[in-house]
Design a protein around this ligand. Structure first.
Ligand SMILES: [Zn+2]
Length: 458
């Protein structure tokens, strides 16, 4: 069953290329713009990474093991990473290492497969400089008076094809940056000359005639793609906020440098709203994964909540949507556990996969999944359900919340206290209640028994 995805360049549903199964060198190449590692990623960022993870899983199921190569970068040098290093009085490497580690931990908790290659911008300075030199030789880029290098958008007539941005809007959007050094206000930086007051000790030797400095942000993806996936890739994805100018600029740089088509297919996922509005710290609706885990939500529940909307539509995320995802995940897992190892019907989940293959229609896929679940386990094999759980990345059992697991010693105390209470030995019962409370639990008596709850931490 072919995978069809909306292509942002042609604005139509297009079938993805299928690599030749008989040619071991023919793999499907997939690039996804990664995070800038200067702070914790928020759940809006993770919506994009979770969507891309389901896509990666579907591609692997469809094309077979070893037939997909997934690359996602880490932006570890730019204004924000340098700014954060200065603020924290740490080296750039220390800051980016710290936030890369947290990003990896969050991705693992959300059950996202690691990309096959995860290149960094600072690890590919040579490749970026090489590309800028080619663009300068070909007349697509020029050195500015301060030693920076800019891409000349007038040299690439197709500029704007992806975003359909009009020339006038382009001038307004790009004009905010370094207007004084550029030939044309719409041109963008490939290389930024070193500024001692801003850049601290962050600098590298530049392209031939340029000053020492650091790469502009856009060139890193073009250079890393060329190095790890080649001049033409099958699929390039990212959040819709990257469509302009970042992806437009990637196309211009790569196609002018390599003289060939850059990406066969472009896919963009939409923004996540929280409580009906854009996320911001001042509105109090800004969440990292850590914030939600502190509220006692399992990361896998967060993952399921992020899969509730169609990836190409804005999705509204609320704490209520997490509570429903929590219940839904429990239902999914108990259904899965109830299934027999073998069954006759291997087609129970076909509708789930057709929905996923049809432009990642998550709401339809989850709807079809619950239709099967509601029919009950009869005739459905565990392994077929596991294929769905693999595709959605929901196969891991949610981690047991440590504060909800009642230690054996507490249960033993509770049993003794209940017996004492029934025997009307209230002194012993009281003493045991205190012991239980000291261990962080509260025993709630009912008519016919008791329950144990963790005491709320002050
Ligand atoms: Zn990129």
């Amino acid at each position: 069953m072919a995978i069809r995805l909306h292509d942002s360049l042609t604005r139509s549903l297009q079938e993805l290329r299928r690599p030749d199964p008989t040619d071991p060198r023919d793999v499907f190449t997939f690039y996804n713009c990664g995070p800038t590692v200067y702070g914790p990623a928020h759940i809006g960022n993770f919506r994009t990474f979770v969507v891309n993870d389901v896509l990666r899983r579907l591609l692997e199921l469809e094309y077979g093991p070893g037939k997909v190569k997934h690359v996602r970068n880490l932006t570890d040098v730019d204004d924000r990473t340098i700014g954060q290093a200065k603020k924290d009085q740490r080296s750039l490497a220390e800051i980016t290492r710290k936030w890369t580690d947290l990003f990896h931990a969050d991705c693992a908790a959300l059950n996202c497969l690691p990309p096959h290659v995860e290149p960094t911008a600072t690890g590919h300075i040579r490749e970026q400089v090489d590309m800028i030199e080619v663009l300068m030789e070909k007349g697509n880029a020029y050195r500015a008076p301060d030693g920076s290098v800019y891409f000349k958008i007038a040299s690439f007539p197709e500029y704007g094809a992806l975003s359909r941005i009009k020339e006038r809007e382009l001038k307004v959007t790009n004009s905010a940056f370094d207007a004084d050094h550029k030939d044309d206000i719409g041109d963008f930086a490939l290389w930024k000359a070193y500024k001692p007051e801003e850049d601290g000790d962050v600098q590298w030797p530049g392209p031939r005639t340029a000053a020492a400095g650091r790469p502009g942000w856009h060139i890193e993806c073009s250079a890393m793609i060329k190095r790890h996936l080649g001049e033409t890739i099958d699929l390039h994805t990212g959040g819709v906020d990257l469509l302009f100018p970042h992806h437009e600029n990637e196309i211009a740089q790569s196609q002018c440098c390599n003289g060939t088509i850059f990406a066969r297919h472009w896919y963009h996922s939409e923004h996540l709203l929280v409580d009906g509005t854009t996320m911001s710290k001042s509105k109090g609706n800004y969440y990292t994964l850590g914030d939600l885990v502190q509220k006692d939500f399992d990361p896998l529940v967060v993952r399921l909540a992020l899969l509730q909307g169609h990836p190409r539509k804005q999705q509204n995320f609320t704490l209520d949507s997490l509570h429903s995802a929590d219940k839904a995940l429990t239902t999914i897992h108990s259904y899965w556990q109830s299934l027999p190892l073998k069954a006759d019907r291997a087609t129970a989940f076909d509708a789930v996969f057709s929905a996923l293959h049809d432009d990642l229609n998550f709401p339809a896929a989850l709807g079809a999944f619950f239709t099967v679940i509601n029919r009950g386990p009869s005739g459905v094999a565990k392994s077929d359900c596991e294929k769905v759980l693999f595709a959605l990345g929901l196969g891991r059992e949610p981690a047991k919340r440590p504060d909800r697991r009642i230690p054996d010693a507490i249960t033993a105390f509770a049993e003794k206290r209940w017996a004492a209470k029934l025997a009307k030995d209230f002194a012993t019962a009281d003493a045991l209640r205190k012991e239980i409370a000291a261990a962080g639990w509260s025993m709630l008596d009912r008519k016919d028994g008791y329950s144990l709850e963790p005491l709320k931490k002050a």
